[in-house]
Write a protein that binds this ligand. Structure first.
Ligand SMILES: Nc1ncnc2c1ncn2[C@@H]1O[C@H](COP(=O)(O)OP(=O)(O)OP(=O)(O)O)[C@@H](O)[C@H]1O
Length: 257
């Protein structure tokens, strides 16, 4: 068993990856409107690590997340999830894989207002035709601090609690990786810190793999490792980040742009 620090260190070359991108390129549009949003990116997202992805606006962060999570396919190159090459899968198989092996957390929570907290959390299982084991639901609900709120509806929860429901929903299928797109973008500073502490704790105590896109150096400092994108390329990375170190790199990237 490797230590987490070793896992972070194998980011580029090791095999302990939840997700690997190999020369992944993404081109949108054609002719004069052609944009190469990601340029032959090769990197691994180590298991049991919280990775933050940062970069200036338009640098390719969302594109990176969409490819790594199997939401889009690269124009060229490969994306591997736990050894499965996503480019070889049919649309149906890819949809199943996203449903069963990947968790998503969005800035806007995306909960279903008419469903209880318990039913929102277990929705991905029901989509897969499976039912939730009550003990597993309770374990996940307690892990995210929602143990006593399972019967409520989303409009009876604070923003932070709603995001905890979304995190529990992302975890309920025991996914290989959870992808979070600006997960604290809609929260105040104190609530954001609580949600970020929770994400880090889920990685540290449960070995969950989490990949988070953020604009915020403070949010990125909760990660074990930060990848910096500029112009569709990974230009830098930082282990054990502090907010100041992340902000300094971002300023440097801003000057390059
Ligand atoms: N569907 C699309 N069609 C055409 N161009 C796109 C599309 N999606 C993204 N792009 C372009 O690809 C580049 C990278 O976009 P992307 O959204 O990945 O960047 P980002 O770093 O997430 O930006 P932001 O921080 O502003 O959300 C940008 O130039 C963008 O305009």
């Amino acid at each position: 068993m490797m230590t987490r620090q070793q896992l972070v260190a194998v980011g580029e070359t090791g095999t302990e990856h939840a997700v690997r991108l190999e020369a992944a390129t993404m081109v949108y549009g054609s002719g004069a409107g052609r944009v190469t949003a990601l340029k032959a990116v090769t990197t691994g997202l180590p298991r049991g690590v919280l990775t933050a992805v940062m970069g200036p606006s338009g640098s390719g962060k969302s594109t990176f997340l969409h490819l790594a999570a199997g939401l889009d396919r690269p124009t060229s190159g490969r994306v591997l999830l736990g050894g499965t090459d996503l480019s070889g899968l049919s649309e149906t198989k890819l949809t199943e894989l996203r449903r069963d092996r990947i968790g998503f957390v969005f800035q806007a929570y995306n909960l279903i207002p008419s469903l209880t907290v318990a039913d929102n959390i277990t929705l991905p299982l029901r989509f897969a035709g499976r039912s939730a084991e009550p003990a597993w639901l309770m374990e996940i609900a307690s892990a995210v601090g929602l143990g006593g709120l399972l019967g409520r509806r989303p409009n009876q929860l604070s923003g932070g609690q709603q995001q905890r429901v979304a995190i529990a929903r992302a975890l309920i299928t025991r996914p290989d990786a959870v992808f979070a797109d600006e997960p604290t973008g809609a929260l105040d500073t104190t609530t954001a810190a609580e949600v970020l502490r929770l994400l880090r704790e889920l990685v540290d105590t449960r070995g969950q793999t989490v990949v988070m896109v953020t604009h915020d150096p403070v949010a990125a400092s909760y990660a074990h490792r930060v990848l910096f994108l500029a112009d569709g390329t990974i230009v830098d990375e930082l282990a054990a980040p502090t907010p100041d170190a992340v902000a300094a790199r971002m300023t440097h990237l801003g000057r390059r742009a």
